[in-house]
Design a protein around this ligand. Structure first.
Ligand code: NAD
Length: 290
């Protein structure tokens, strides 16, 4: 990892919710590589302290906190830690989210619905609410984890898709409301990314849903966590000074097509690019909600 030869986030303080696994691990490590002080958040059971140690071992700056950011207390404790440790907060990455087991709606367990509401909706609301006073001081940035699922219907995953549609509308509303304080807010909407979430052998996604990667016309592969983190990096940086209220797709073109054109992708295109940070917790996103 080391430091990048040019740094896009020197001295910035970033809180990454769900920042110890999957896409969140990549965001935490890419941001640290670009000079940010990173507060790595996750649930109990997530490799939060591992990611902190891995960042520090490469002379990056990070501190960890296990907290359920879908509670007012948990979200506030993560923001407070950023301010106590690093003196301010510049960037909130509201990345924490879950993909529930898949069922048609009549069979969808109410307790799973509550978990989706909890992490994917309350988690975004409470972390944004807790961060805003500090972000007004720094004219900061909020980025939320949307999804291609928030733009398209997903069979047997209606609650997940709807929760992401909520994130899109909520973050855009934050952009509209908070711009007078100099705050920018955007959504990063990934397609199929290679994490625990999209691996049917590891997470809840059914094989037929995971085949969304075959819709990626150019590649016919899942995106890497770092390919998503790079969009977060750009939007969090001053390079994106004119960007607010947007939904930025990182989906390999999956939402451009209704057919599985990825099956025709050339085999060399299926080779993911080499990353700049070492990911050790790509498939470790299984923290437990109390
Ligand atoms: N992987 C994909 O293909 C994909 C596609 C579109 C959108 N997304 C979104 O991107 C985000 C990250 O996805 P991922 O694939 O890295 O997931 P992941 O399951 O690998 O990691 C998510 C992390 O968030 C943590 N988390 C969940 N609820 C939390 C809470 N209330 N408080 C604190 N931490 C919490 C989990 O324990 C886990 O460590 C999610 O919001 C997801 O919906 C992912």
């Amino acid at each position: 990892m080391g430091t990048a030869s040019y740094q896009l986030l020197p001295g910035k303080v970033a809180l990454v919710t769900g920042g110890a696994a999957g896409i969140g691990e990549a965001i935490s490590k890419v941001f640290a590589r670009h000079g940010a002080h990173v507060v790595v958040n996750g649930l109990p059971g997530d490799p939060v302290q591992d990611v902190v140690r891995e960042i520090q071992a490469l002379r990056g700056s990070a501190i960890g906190i296990e907290a359920d950011v879908a509670t007012e207390v948990g979200a506030r404790s993560a923001v407070d830690l950023a301010i106590q440790t690093f003196g301010k907060l510049d960037i909130l990455i509201a990345n924490a989210g879950i993909f529930p087991e898949q069922h048609e709606i009549p069979e969808f367990p109410p307790e799973r619905f509550e978990e989706v509401l909890h992490s994917n909706i309350r988690g975004v609301f409470y972390s944004v609410r807790a961060a805003l006073p500090a972000l007004r001081d720094t004219r900061g940035v909020i980025l939320g984890a949307g999804s291609e699922a928030g733009l398209m219907g997903v069979s047997e995953a209606a609650t997940y898709a709807a929760s992401k549609g909520w994130v899109h509308a909520f973050i855009r509303s934050v952009a509209a409301e908070q711009s007078k304080y100099g705050i920018r807010a955007n959504v990063v909407a990934p397609g199929p990314i290679d994490t625990e979430m999209t691996r049917p052998t590891k997470g809840h996604m059914k094989v037929k849903t995971a085949l969304i990667e075959e819709r990626s016309p150019l590649f016919g592969r899942r995106g890497t966590p770092e390919e998503v983190a790079n969009m977060y990096l750009f939007l969090a940086s001053d390079l994106a000074s004119y960007c607010t209220g947007g939904i930025y797709m990182v989906d390999g073109g999956a939402t451009t097509t209704t057919v599985m054109s990825g099956v025709e992708a050339k085999s060399e295109a299926k080779q993911a690019p080499e990353g700049t940070v070492e990911l050790k917790h790509q498939y470790a996103g299984r923290g437990t909600l109390s």
